[in-house]
Design a protein around this ligand. Sequence first.
Ligand code: DX5
Ligand code: ZN
Length: 226
Amino acid sequence: MDTKTIKISPSILSCDFSHLADEIKRTADAGADMIHIDVMDGAFVPNITFGAPVVKSFRKYTDIIFDVHLMINEPLRFIDDFAGAGADIITIHIESCNNVKETLEYIRSKGIKSGLSIKPKTDPESLRKYLPYTDMILVMSVEPGFGGQGFIPETLDNMKYVSTMLKEEGYDIPIEVDGGISEKNADIVAATGVTIFVAGSAVYKKPDIQKAIEDIRESAIKGSKN
Ligand code: DX5
Ligand code: ZN
């Protein structure tokens, strides 16, 4: 995946669930690069969202990249379902299973991109051995489970760590950030080397989502030049 261009991936967790299909179309039309789809199982995280049949139902409305974030235990069980539902990227959590390598390889075997995520308190060094199997690293900047939380500033150190590690190991793969991102902090995040920005409330709680997406993008572009 391209590691140079800033991309915005609005998280539909914060959109109007009673009009999901319209919200997805509206988001694609507003200039989003991807749609971030948060799947939660009520076990890995203390919240439940939606499963593969719901994701599949969105696919007929848009060709936009589906960036599926699995916050579920033992995700290997559901890779067939989400790949079949039209996911383009499936990200799993390093904390969610003991067969991380096998799961990442299985995602790739479906012809789609594999992402690997760490929660804020997880040692980013734990990612190193999985880099050969990963197309994107997702650094969480809140504890996963809910939208609308405050950005945890200490996670900037995780982003910097991952950025340095990727350079050391010679991997040109993008870093994504998720949680509490807005136009107010996208610049400092981009300065660490992050290029994919997930944002829920900073997009959907604004009256003009196109402007919201552009504001986050502009802030990130500014920060990436520092
Ligand atoms: C949290 C989710 C996020 C969340 C982001 O577990 O993974 O994608 O929706 O929402 P905001 O941008 O409001 O923090
Ligand atoms: Zn997410």
